[in-house]
Ligand binder design. Structure first.
Ligand code: SF4
Length: 437
């Protein structure tokens, strides 16, 4: 199933990870796959964990105590499923579990996973938790290449996801957009994996792949309906992007003839950079080596992002992602970024930005008991009032949903009612009309 990257690359052999198979929990399916390709580009062996299913929940429940948040259960369940396979060699398995500071439980996941593995007879299974604090030491001399490739993998996967959501609700033949998406992911992963790791050559290969993908999407026969409600999706990053965790909410929305605009992964990366600058300012270190490093990183990432998005300029007219500065400014009257931290600020700000882009409703997807969702839910009524009554609704998930379809049906009626009287109009890409003939 897994391919070790191009044998001509020597990087893998110098890494503490060489000889191991790295499993990545696919927060979002597409970015999980491209992220794995970024590992393979370095000559490492990597793939996403197998699809989540009922066994994921069984194992997640067995190996956790019940106090953890739902994303932890799903991730642990998927990892333990890998280890229970008859052919598994625990010593050659590495689980990718990033970490972050801040107020939420996510920062505890990696040490928690380590404990579960140790207590259940897997002390030799690696937990790969790269951190900027040790300059990504797990990657050895490949650290710099990895960080750049990983960023490109995330941005390009977000672009494909955006195209999928823009086409799937309108496809004439059911399943076409999904098939194109899969084909594009294969193309993109191949480009990431096979391109030389040298930055300009890699960027060129990714861009060329993205252009091929764009043209495949543009060729999908669609019947666009301007009255289709556009629903902005915000919420906790794992739960909103992981279709298994949110019971495939986006696809269900589409079955109710709505279109979704989901907050992507890169939004979080931009937020962490903005947060780093805020902290440096607080500490009076605006002029320091750390600030210079952050500034360079931001510039390089911006330039890469711009290069990858450029071929989609016409496709994304009206779908432009607000910058993190715009999101934080929108959130400020409700949750100022210097008084509240993390996803709650992003969700509130993004909900407002999407409403101003002409969305007909906002859905916040959160794991049951997650503080972010609870804080946002307290703020949303005021935001809805200030924006002319846009329906904003929280959907909480813990794997026991029962009436999601009914709730979505009711919610979409509210969105359609708001659509008829909303003050913010949508801008539709002209290219969509041209392609429709
Ligand atoms: S945001 Fe909420 S659900 Fe996600 S890791 Fe943090 S506490 Fe858990």
């Amino acid at each position: 199933m897994l391919q070790v990257g191009n044998g001509s690359r020597s990087g893998g052999g110098n890494s503490p990870l060489s000889g191991k198979r790295i499993f990545i929990p696919p927060m979002a399916y597409g970015s999980g796959r491209t992220f794995a390709a970024a590992f393979r580009a370095l000559g490492l062996d990597a793939d996403i964990t197998p699809p989540s299913d009922h066994r994921t929940r069984e194992l997640g429940a067995r190996y956790t105590s019940g106090d953890e948040c739902y994303p932890a259960k799903v991730t642990v369940g998927d990892f333990m499923k890998v280890l229970e396979r008859p052919d598994a060699d625990p010593a050659s398995v590495a689980f990718f579990m990033p970490t972050a500071g801040g107020p939420c439980r996510f920062g505890q996941y990696a040490p928690y996973l380590r404990r579960i593995l140790d207590q259940n007879g897997y002390p030799h299974t690696t937990v790969l938790s790269p951190s900027s604090e040790d300059s990504y030491g797990d990657f050895g001399e490949m650290a710099q290449s990895f960080v750049r490739s990983a960023w490109r993998a995330l941005v390009s996967a977000d672009i494909l996801q955006k195209m999928l959501l823009k086409y799937r609700p309108y496809e004439v033949r059911k399943g076409t957009a999904e098939a194109v998406y899969e084909e594009c992911l294969g193309d993109l992963c191949g480009a990431i994996e096979r391109a030389p790791v040298n930055p300009p050559a890699q960027l060129k290969a990714i861009r060329e792949s993205l252009v091929r993908c764009r043209d495949r999407f543009r060729a999908i026969p669609v019947r666009r309906e301007r009255s289709t409600p556009l629903i902005g999706i915000v919420g906790e990053i794992f739960c909103r992007l992981n279709a298994f965790s949110n019971e495939d909410l986006v696809r269900r929305l589409e079955e109710y003839e709505a279109e979704a605009w989901i907050s992507d992964i890169t939004e979080w990366v931009w937020y962490t950079i903005a947060e780093q600058f805020r902290r440096l300012r607080l500490e009076g270190r605006q002029i320091s080596l750390a600030a210079l490093g952050a500034w360079i990183r931001k510039r390089v990432q911006k330039r890469d992002e711009h290069a990858m998005l450029e071929p989609f300029r016409e496709d994304f007219v009206g779908y432009e992602e607000p910058t993190v500065e715009e999101v934080l400014a929108a959130a400020r009257p409700y949750l100022p970024a210097d008084g509240a931290l993390g996803e709650m600020v992003l969700n509130v700000g993004k909900a407002i930005c999407l409403a101003r882009k002409g969305a007909d409703g906002i859905i916040d997807i959160s794991p049951f008991t997650c503080m972010n969702g609870i804080v946002c839910e307290a703020v949303y009524p005021r935001i809805s009032r200030d924006l002319g009554g846009i329906p904003i609704r929280n959907f909480y998930f813990d794997g026991t949903q029962s009436d999601l379809d009914r709730d979505l049906g009711v919610y979409l009626e509210l969105a359609r009612t708001y659509q008829r009287r909303k003050q913010y109009r949508r801008v539709h890409p002209k290219i969509d009309e041209r392609l429709a003939g």
